[in-house]
Design a protein around this ligand. Structure first.
Ligand code: RUQ
Ligand code: CUA
Length: 655
């Protein structure tokens, strides 16, 4: 009996030890993974059940945007945005190539950083996700009915489009700030003459309320600092936008030393409503430039690329009272605004403390004209006058802060590799959990809106090391899911991500799922090369250009026998999927075609080009296992020598 009691006591002690330590201690966590508590249950989504949240996670240097379910961490889709994707023919088929056009020509790759979901009255409305491209400055809009990239606009006079893409609270604007200052307009000049000569542009892109269509409204030409990150004011601070800066030293070499000299850099506060008014009254200067605006149409199933040749620029000195600098220690990275719009958090990478500014105090200081000098004519407010509070020594290397809507903030610390929870108003640290390893961004669904859904926190980590099975020198990128519904954060799950995850945006699934499209109506297909009836299936020759109008349905192509193609022809396969059923795409690929397959959704038309090199009889087939007779879904093209006079002939089911 005594022995039984002893065993019971030690079991209870063991249970207490384990549950008091939900992943807090690195070693314990390492050994037991998420199973230290009932973590497994909390992330388990039973087969056939759906997740509670969508998470849109940036693909970083993959250029794409991936769609995950939370809490399961299951990957649903990789949405191609800035990079070609052979799986979906994005950037390979004739219809989507124009999406990747820029003023530099066709750019097949991008660096995607910060997704942000459209908002109405400061709350996520789930219509679109915007995401920035850092390298060749662009902003994309992804339509959340199709989960496809609907539009990409290039940002001229920008370089390293990093303080982007953030949305004002009624999606009036998506904002794109330059990280690198450059000569504007670009010109040949000595690099050492940077200081005082380079400029940093902050671009305000208007979004049409009904269609989402983007257009550059104006570019604010700021001093030549690095504009790192930004967020809009909300609620009481709606109408303002805040940008962190670093390299206020305006160094052009060895920035790790030379851009870390100033004790304080700035958060730039921009009253965009005031500038909008100025611009609407004819203010600003139109300057010549060149940028691409690419729009995809769900009606024609095609993208068009237009070049625009001027942009409206605004000199901040021409709009007094519109731009101010808030001194912020020390090379701040993330710039985050709490759900009430009162607090602006500057995540000073090299600072021991976290600095929080007060919007109310900022307005008062502006009102009282209490300035501490100016930079290039822009008034600098006094640090003490705008300071709301500091979080004392919360960790090392703060990068980003999110909010749970319950008065708590969660800041990621890269160097000390942890997520730290602290209280707004009292600035006290209330909890901390390690991240594995070196967390960059963090994300709470709606965590940068007026209405966060403070149930989960996702950390987006830079380094993975030993967290997964090794896969050679390159190991997977990683995210981690924390339950933040209680007083203490609890690590629930590790899950791999696509590319390097920078920011992410989460939203309750029920806001988005109900609008998700199941197919395209064939009767509404306006593609100029669509084949809407089988009677229209045909082939037309125009010199050495051949256009095949083809249909596909389970389980054949029409036509599936083609003759009269010659070496030297340029053969366009325009293929229309006649299915009108959910989840029945067909694919098509042609031997030796110098492009990807097509993956065509029901009701859609897509095109690829094939230039046959040799006479012969060459097969094509469906690449997507679509029915029990998928393997029968195939056909042949007869290719004759260039000199042959074999007539064009096509058929299905004839001998
Ligand atoms: S930035 S951490 Cu674009 Cu912070 Cu990635
Ligand atoms: Cu159609 Cu496989």
């Amino acid at each position: 009996m005594k022995k039984t009691i002893n065993i019971l006591v030690s079991l209870v002690m063991l249970a207490a030890m384990v549950s008091c330590n939900p992943g807090g201690d690195k070693k314990a966590n390492k050994g037991q993974g998420g199973l230290a508590t009932n973590a497994a249950e909390k992330v388990y989504v039973a087969p056939g059940e759906h997740d509670e949240f969508y998470a849109f996670i940036s693909g970083g240097f993959s250029g794409q945007l991936s769609v995950y379910g939370l809490p399961s961490g299951r990957l649903f889709k990789v949405i191609p945005v800035f990079s070609q994707d052979a799986e979906k023919a994005y950037g390979y088929n004739e219809e989507t190539k124009p999406m990747l056009e820029t003023s530099y020509g066709f750019v097949p790759w991008g660096d995607a950083h910060h997704p942000d979901i459209s908002q109405t009255n400061g709350e996520l409305d789930g219509r679109w996700v915007f995401i920035n491209e850092n390298n060749t400055p662009r902003i994309a809009r992804v339509d959340l009915t199709t989960f496809e990239t609907a539009e990409i606009i290039e940002v001229p006079n920008s370089a390293g489009n990093h303080s982007s893409s953030f949305i004002t609270e009624n999606t009036e604007y998506v904002v794109a700030g330059t990280r690198f200052s450059v000569p504007i307009p670009q010109r040949d000049m000595p690099i050492k003459d940077y200081k005082g000569n380079f400029k940093g542009s902050l671009t305000f892109i208007s979004v049409a309320p009904d269609t989402g269509r983007m257009a550059i409204k104006f570019q604010l030409m700021m001093p030549g600092f690095d504009y790192d990150l930004s967020h809009p004011g909300r609620d009481k601070s709606h109408g303002w936008f805040f940008f962190t800066t670093y390299n206020t030293e305006e160094a052009n070499t060895l920035l790790e030393v030379n851009a870390s000299q100033n004790d304080k850099d700035f958060i730039a506060a921009v009253n965009w409503k005031k500038i909008e008014e100025y611009v609407n009254n004819g203010g600003g200067t139109k300057v010549p430039t060149n940028y691409s605006h690419n729009v995809y149409s769900d009606e024609t199933h095609m993208a068009t690329s237009t070049t625009i040749d001027e942009v409206l620029t605004v000199d901040p000195l021409d709009v007094p009272g519109a731009v101010f600098f808030l001194p912020t220690p020390k090379s701040p990275h993330g710039c985050d605004v709490d759900p009430t719009g009162e607090y602006i958090v500057g995540n000073g990478k090299l600072s021991a403390d976290l600095t929080v500014h007060s919007f109310t105090k900022m307005l008062a200081a502006i009102e009282n004209k209490k300035f501490d000098g100016e930079a290039y004519g822009i008034p600098i407010l006094k640090f003490e006058d705008v300071l709301a509070g500091t979080v004392k020594q919360p960790g090392l290397g703060p990068l980003h802060t999110e909010f749970d809507g319950q008065g708590n903030a969660y800041t990621t610390f890269f160097i000390s590799s942890e997520v730290v929870k602290w209280k707004l108003d009292t600035w006290e640290v209330v909890d901390r959990q390690p991240a594995f390893y070196s967390v960059g961004h963090g994300m709470i669904p709606g965590g940068n809106s007026r209405k966060p859904f403070g149930k989960y926190f996702v950390s987006l980590n830079k380094i993975t090391k030993d967290r997964y099975l090794p896969t050679g020198p390159e190991v997977t990128q990683s995210a981690q899911l924390y339950d933040i519904s209680g007083d203490k954060m609890e690590l629930l799950l590790d899950f791999p991500t696509i590319g390097e995850p920078h920011y992410a945006a989460g939203i309750p699934a029920n806001i988005v799922a109900k609008n998700s499209k199941q197919l395209f109506k064939l009767s509404e297909n306006k593609h100029p090369y669509a084949t809407l009836t089988d009677a229209d299936a045909r082939i037309e020759r125009n010199g050495n250009e051949v256009h095949i109008y083809m249909t596909m349905i389970r389980s054949h192509f029409n036509p599936d026998n083609i003759e009269g193609i010659k070496v030297g022809d340029k053969v366009y396969f325009h293929v229309t999927n006649h299915e009108q059923d959910y989840d029945v795409p067909h694919g098509i690929s042609m031997i030796g075609a110098n492009t990807s397959e097509l993956l065509i959704m029901p009701g859609q038309t897509e095109t690829f080009v094939w230039e046959p090199k040799l006479p012969g009889v060459w097969p094509f087939y469906c690449t997507d296992f679509c029915s029990a007779l998928h393997q029968e879904m195939q056909g042949y093209v007869r290719v004759s020598p260039a000199s042959s006079d074999i007539k064009l002939k096509w058929s299905l089911g004839e001998d």
